[in-house]
Ligand binder design. Structure first.
Ligand SMILES: Cc1cc2nc3c(=O)[nH]c(=O)nc-3n(C[C@H](O)[C@H](O)[C@H](O)COP(=O)(O)OP(=O)(O)OC[C@H]3O[C@@H](n4cnc5c(N)ncnc54)[C@H](O)[C@@H]3O)c2cc1C
Length: 560
């Protein structure tokens, strides 16, 4: 048994959200940043395209807000969108101050007048994507990691998998609050208890619930499942964004072909060379991701194809190599020269738009627990994330949460932690159960809760997932925990919540398309789920249409 450790702030996740929050905290705060694998194990490292920001004179906050609202299909929360977008320039300045080397326009060599090189992506009405070639995530991740290592107050704990939160009743008037987390050290196989005045979940998304995904292996929705089990609301989990173009090659695992290729003129083609996007949307290849992914899915099903093709070979080879070095080199390693050949692509699960319900400070329902980055549902993305808004969201809410933590948890009491009890479990001799259920779950979600859904398939998925969750819970109660078991338990939970959100939505909107309800309802409503162990009081009030409604079925209001 290990001795509990205590920090001022415990941050679960070392991606854009977690690391930037750690770096925004005052330097006298002792904080721990956990990562399941190495520090670059999350999605952040893999982000290619860049980050949306209002930087050009011809662009404006209003235009960025408007584009985001259109992409979000009526479900974005305008205050959240404006809050995020209006902080974009400050975030860019902060990142540049940390040392991130974004690309500048090559045609303005004078350093005094230099301007960032901005790219265009689907849904954006202006060039506003700041980037470091097509390795933006890597550039950000490396700089933030270096800064965190240099900081004397940040302890970086790798190979740690958060299991569950620790709560007590020490909050205002005896309310339940978060005081730490149990964490599996996957090197020593011990479960450590870590206490903190504030805990931050920044564990990324849950796209690993799908058979095909652009996300790294750890994207198993841990933070969403952990927060739900601790009594927090979750919302809008039915909005899974499928990236239209992942490399289709037997040896290429999860390799995404950035949307910026389409921004720079790449065409989507059927095997016979026909461009098909114009048949689905007047914006052609620059239509929002959901439209492009559904069009590809439609054509693949209609023609029984294994993939479609993306072709940028009509642009000069030098341009392709300098703008898309990662895509060029990676494809070349699979024998595809994208300066001469078209790229075989398929859609894949890419981004989790929903998540744990939070306010403008990343505060969740559970006092002391903050949730930021892809794990959170801030209201920014609505029913569909606009490309490159997600990194921006990570940085904006990390800054806001850091400020709130500093103001509200500085003198929080340090609580005693009960050690993890392993007295009634033994080492498993049936790991096959985990293997089998991992595969079954991801196939089930792909086939029944994928790009196009129906009530029958969703109800089938609900029943299958209930059985799976029962089996996993039995296994969890009997055997010593491992990372694959924890991830499966979390994935099964998030998949079940996703299906619940999808079943509740009796319409098609944004990324959620149910062929039994192909129309979009005139009233946009979030799908908010409240756990049985919620910390919220039951407050029912009359809504505008005269119906009694639990007021917690709405996202939090923003304050000026
Ligand atoms: C291939 C790809 C390309 C993308 N391109 C772009 C882009 O161009 N622009 C854009 O805006 N967005 C892009 N995105 C989305 C964006 O990268 C992510 O939304 C964002 O990086 C998420 O950051 P995060 O900090 O929330 O989580 P992540 O970066 O995913 O980090 C999650 C962290 O949590 C840790 N973790 C998870 N579970 C646990 C646990 N139980 N215990 C301990 N640690 C845990 C992980 O180890 C990791 O350190 C892309 C995503 C992918 C996959």
């Amino acid at each position: 048994m290990t001795t509990p450790q205590h920090f001022d702030v415990l941050i679960v996740g070392s991606g854009a959200a977690g690391l930037s929050l750690a770096l925004r905290l005052p330097s006298h705060y002792r904080c721990a940043v956990l990562s399941k694998g190495d520090l670059a194990a999350g999605s952040t490292f893999w982000a290619q395209g860049g980050m949306a920001a209002v930087l050009h004179d011809r662009d404006s906050v209003d235009a960025h807000v408007s584009d985001t609202l259109i992409a979000g299909a009526g479900l974005c929360h305008k205050p959240a969108v404006r809050f995020t977008v209006s902080h974009s320039r400050e975030v860019v300045n902060w990142l540049v101050g940390q040392g991130v080397d974004f690309d500048y326009r090559a045609d303005i060599p004078d350093p005094e007048f230099r301007e960032f090189h901005l790219t265009m992506e689907g849904g954006h009405s202006h060039r506003r994507i700041i980037h470091a070639a097509d390795r933006t995530g890597r550039a950000i991740s490396e700089v933030l990691t270096r800064r965190a290592k240099e900081a004397g107050n940040i302890e970086l704990l790798t190979d740690r998998c958060a299991v569950d939160l620790i709560t007590d009743h020490g909050g205002e008037s005896g309310d339940r609050r978060c005081i730490g987390a149990y964490v599996l050290n996957t090197r020593s196989h011990q479960v450590e208890a870590i206490g903190a005045k504030a805990v931050v979940m920044a564990t990324g998304g849950a796209s690993k619930a799908y058979l095909y995904t652009s996300n790294p292996d750890g994207a198993s929705g841990d933070g969403i499942a952990i927060a739900w089990r601790a009594g927090c609301r979750v919302a809008n989990l039915e909005f899974n964004q499928f990236h239209p173009t992942c490399l289709y090659h037997p040896a290429a695992k999860s390799f995404l072909i950035t949307e910026a290729l389409r921004g720079e003129g790449a065409h989507l083609l059927l095997p016979d060379g026909e461009r098909f996007m114009e048949r689905f949307d007047h914006r052609g290849e620059l239509a929002p991701r959901d439209v492009v992914a559904r069009a590809i899915d439609h054509e693949m099903k209609r023609l029984g194809l294994e993939c479609v093709y993306l072709d940028i070979s009509h642009r000069p080879a030098e341009f392709i190599q300098s703008h898309f070095p990662t895509v060029y080199e990676r494809c070349l390693s699979f024998g595809i020269d994208i300066t001469k050949e078209r790229i075989p692509v398929v859609p894949a699960a890419h981004y989790t738009c929903g998540g744990v319900v939070v306010d403008q400070h990343g505060s969740s329902d559970l006092p002391g627990l903050y949730v930021i980055g892809e794990t959170a549902c801030t209201g920014l993305h609505g029913a569909n994330r606009m490309a490159s808004n997600s990194l921006l969201e990570c940085f904006v809410y990390a800054a806001s949460a850091a400020e709130h933590i500093t103001q509200h948890h500085d003198d929080a009491p340090v609580s005693d932690l009960l050690p993890w009890d392993e007295s009634r479990v033994r080492i498993s001799d049936e790991d096959v159960v985990i293997q089998y259920n991992w595969q079954a779950l991801r196939r089930l979600m792909w086939d029944y809760v994928g790009i196009v859904r129906s009530d029958r398939r969703l109800n089938f998925a609900r029943e299958a997932l209930a059985l799976m969750q029962e089996e996993v819970a039995g296994y969890y109660g009997r055997f010593q925990i491992t990372r694959p078991l924890l991830e499966l338990r979390n994935l099964a939970q998030v998949a079940a919540l996703t299906v619940e959100c999808a079943i509740n939505r009796k319409e098609s909107r944004g990324l959620h398309f149910n062929r039994d309800y192909s129309e979009t309802s005139s009233k946009a409503q979030d799908s908010i789920l409240i756990p049985d162990n919620t910390v919220l009081p039951s407050v029912v009030e009359e809504s505008a249409d005269g119906l009694a409604q639990n007021m917690f079925l709405r996202l939090p209001e923003y304050k000026d």
